[in-house]
Ligand binder design. Sequence first.
Ligand code: SF4
Length: 205
Amino acid sequence: MEKESFVANFNLLFPDAVCELNYKTPYQLLVAVILSAQCTDKRVNIVTNDLFMNFDTPEKMLTLSQQELEKKIHSCGFFRNKAKSILSASEDILNKFGGEVPYNFDDLLSLRGVGRKTANVVISEAFKGDAFAVDTHVLRVSNRLGLTSQTNPDKAEIDLKNFFDKKDWSRLHYQMVLFGRYKCKAIKPDCLGCPFYSVCKVNKK
Ligand code: SF4
């Protein structure tokens, strides 16, 4: 299948694909993305709705101890590591970047607890830049569709960026996330009427 056909089909499936995390500032988005690892966006939104009432900037977040923050984000899972990442990143943002989340991929990556996926989401969502974040859904979907054979998300990101036009990266990320979340699920994908059936690796096995 040509890249134009992939793009057209994803546009038909999810014409209004947007980030499902609630946020008002790049900092809030960064915290929400850190919390979203292995957790649903719905759960993250419940947690951040409370958290951001009083702790919506790096300064305010750093008034919390590790244990206090752990308690607030407990229901998102992996709360110790996530609290550590949020506090470390907040400290870096405050000390190295004047309190603002940097709009630069390498600077974002330099923040402790921020990996490529998080940095890419922040670049594309908060700053409307061109980025292709590869999470577990994007990785699974792109392998099934034969867009990559890589199991490492960083390597899959390179394949996806090479195949698709830059202008389509950010939108495709959200479309592939939604496709993976609601149709091409890890277990028991809903293959009926899937426009990618003919190229899908799953059904060739
Ligand atoms: S045919 Fe099924 S497994 Fe393949 S891409 Fe479509 S939904 Fe996913």
